[in-house]
Design a binder for this molecule. Structure first.
Ligand code: SF4
Ligand code: SF4
Length: 98
C-alpha cells in the first residue's frame, strides 16, 4: 500500500523565521511587472506562492515562507526585476520538521 503526501502537506513540515521588515527578496520596479511583463511567470513558478497577481495587473511579493529555491530570480531574466539575497543568518526556512 502506498501513502500519498501532497506538496502542501510537505511544505507544512517546514518552519520559517521571518526577518520582519527586512525581506530578502524584492521586486526592483513594481511598475515594470504591471506594465512591461507579459508573462508574470513568478506568480506561477514560485512553489511557496510568494508572488501574487493582483486583479489590477500588479504583482505583489510577500517572502514569508520562501523556500530559497531561486526560481523567481531565474525566471525573471528578461526584465531582471528581482533583487535576490539569502536571508540573514538565523532567518529564513528551516527544512524538514516532522
Ligand atoms: S517575472 Fe519579474 S518582471 Fe515579471 S512580474 Fe515577476 S518579478 Fe515582475
Ligand atoms: S526563491 Fe523560490 S520560494 Fe522564494 S520567492 Fe523565489 S521562487 Fe518563491
Amino acid at each position: 500500500m502506498s501513502i500519498v503526501v501532497n506538496v502542501e502537506e510537505k511544505l507544512y513540515q517546514n518552519r520559517y523565521k521571518v526577518d520582519h521588515g527586512r525581506p530578502h527578496i524584492k521586486i526592483k520596479e513594481p511598475d515594470l511587472c504591471k506594465n512591461d511583463c507579459k508573462t508574470q511567470s513568478c506568480t506561477f513558478v514560485c512553489p511557496a506562492s510568494c508572488y501574487k497577481a493582483e486583479g489590477n495587473g500588479a504583482v505583489t511579493l510577500i517572502t514569508d515562507g520562501c523556500l530559497e529555491c531561486g526560481s523567481c530570480r531565474v525566471i525573471c531574466t528578461e526584465l531582471s526585476n528581482v533583487q535576490w539575497e539569502y536571508p540573514r543568518g538565523g532567518h529564513g526556512v528551516l527544512f524538514k520538521f516532522g
